[in-house]
Design a protein around this ligand. Sequence first.
Ligand code: AP5
Length: 212
Amino acid sequence: MNIVLLGLPGVGKGTYAKKISNIYDIPQISTGDMFREAMKNRTKIGLLAKTYIDKGNLVPDDVTIKLVEERLKQDDCKNGFMLDGFPRTIAQAEALDKIVVIDKVLDFTASEEIIIDRLSGRRICKSCGAIYHIRNIIPKVKGVCDKCGGEVYQRDDDKPKAIKERFIVYKKQTEPLIKYYTKKGILRSINADWPIEQVDNVISDARKALEE
Ligand code: AP5
């Protein structure tokens, strides 16, 4: 199954994508993670992406589309994949339609107040990308990832000014995708307001939507 995840920055897409992709045994393809990896390695794409990401803006379509197109050619995508953070513009969605057929789009929703709390408290592992939160998903040793021992840090784009800009960008450039995929009849809305202890409710609703 070829799946796309939509939802405001910080709604929990990465958290849910890890769980759902494990259940279906398909790769989670996060353009955000790919850009952060490139930034860490100071590649040409990484250095370019950083100038956009730190301000809360989108990386240009041509760069992002090429990156995803290459990734989808890899063997592990043959039996399906879960795109987390792509497409984010109509141009990206149209380009994706020329490469593959998308079966389902899950649009995760939660109130902005809840999302701002999730984003401002989020910490991630620099090495493996594991996701933490300062209040409810705390590493056993402060600043050290439980899974790989990597450094746990706050993303530059999780600071208040960038969060505000990311919301504006989402509403202007990504929200039109809801109409785009609704028209195709493949979009399902999933309530993601649940607290982290009840994240299984989100996953169970997502599974129902994928299997209907
Ligand atoms: P990206 O990394 O994709 O960022 P995003 O979409 O803004 O999403 P986030 O990773 O911030 O949040 P999330 O929804 O995955 O939430 P998470 O699970 O971590 O992209 C970063 C940047 O890269 C973009 O701004 C852009 O510049 C660039 N980029 C990426 N893709 C691009 C594209 N296609 N085109 C152009 N540019 C692109 O959860 C957040 C926090 O909440 C965590 O702490 C988590 O523990 C907690 N949490 C999650 N679920 C719950 C819950 N149910 N209850 C309580 N806490 C929860």
